[in-house]
Write a protein that binds this ligand. Structure first.
Ligand code: SF4
Length: 276
């Protein structure tokens, strides 16, 4: 976990977000930092068992142990209460994302997710959840505030068989999509992570199928799936996706990995506000 601002790893807007002594809210670095200026991870492990998951690799946790399920981190809620007090005292507000290193709506005991959201709200912070837990997120929908919070889901395909192959513990794409639609109908800002892109045609079809209730797409490649990374024509993908999002008029952000393929000078703002 980063402890100090590093201009090589963090974006300039994150510099002011480092609060001394904070333990469980942090400005994520690198590729994660492209998703959110602040993040927190209540759990260790995740029961979604995505074959492409990079977390066991970067956290040096055996994959079998990581896949066995999510467990609350040691004294997490107490640490979160102390952190939000520090953020409040420092006058730092912002949207905190749950989560990069786990899924807030994993299949196990997730009481701490609701407790975490309540603690963030109480401290005047907004939040965003990124999940493949589908309808499990509805248990907290009453806490999401239009104008403050956001709900996001990762989608790699519309095909249930493909999803079961790659994300065998997660909910199926149709359930994730129905949940996005429901959050959007309640006035909550919704976004979709198109990362990893495992199948170019599938990602294009996702945008076609969901753009009427998704406010923003974050588009990336497949960094931890070597064969797909090597064989996909990322330039062609970027240009086709660009054509589609422009024709549909939907908000989008191409992650750094795909930016070399964008037309020179193309406006691609990193921080599109994630609330209505
Ligand atoms: S949902 Fe996210 S954290 Fe969980 S296994 Fe899949 S990629 Fe990893």
């Amino acid at each position: 976990m980063p402890i100090a601002y590093d201009p090589k790893k963090h974006s300039p807007d994150q510099e002011a977000l480092f609060v001394k002594g904070a333990k469980v809210i942090y400005p994520p670095a690198g590729q994660a930092g492209e998703y959110a200026p602040l993040a927190t991870n209540p759990y260790k492990g995740c029961g979604h068992k995505c074959a492409y998951c990079y977390v066991p690799l970067i956290s040096k946790q055996p994959r079998a142990e990581f896949d066995a399920g999510a467990f609350l981190r040691n004294e997490y809620l107490q640490k979160l209460i102390r952190d939000v007090a520090k953020y409040k005292a420092a006058g730092v507000t912002g949207q905190v994302m749950l989560s990069f290193m786990t899924d807030p709506y994993h299949p196990g005991d997730r009481n701490a997710t609701r407790a975490s959201l309540e603690i963030l709200i109480e401290a005047g912070l907004s939040f965003c959840t990124l999940t493949k837990g589908g309808a499990r997120a509805l248990e907290d929908i009453d806490l999401f505030r239009p104008g403050h919070d956001a709900f996001a889901s990762t989608l790699t395909t519309l095909d249930p068989a493909f999803s079961l192959k790659w994300e065998r513990g997660a909910t199926l794409p149709a359930e994730r999509i129905a949940t996005l639609r429901l959050f959007h109908s309640r006035g909550i800002f919704t976004w979709v992570s198109l990362e990893p892109t495992l199948d170019v045609e599938a990602s294009l079809r996702i945008v076609e199928a969901t753009n009427s209730f998704v406010d923003l797409y974050k588009i990336g490649k497949a960094n931890y799936v070597q064969e797909i990374t090597r064989t996909t024509d990322w330039r062609d993908y970027t240009l086709r996706m660009l054509d589609m999002v422009q024709k549909l008029g939907v908000k989008h952000y191409f992650k750094k990995d795909l930016q070399p393929y964008l037309p020179q000078g193309y406006p691609n703002p990193l921080r599109i506000p994630q609330h209505h």
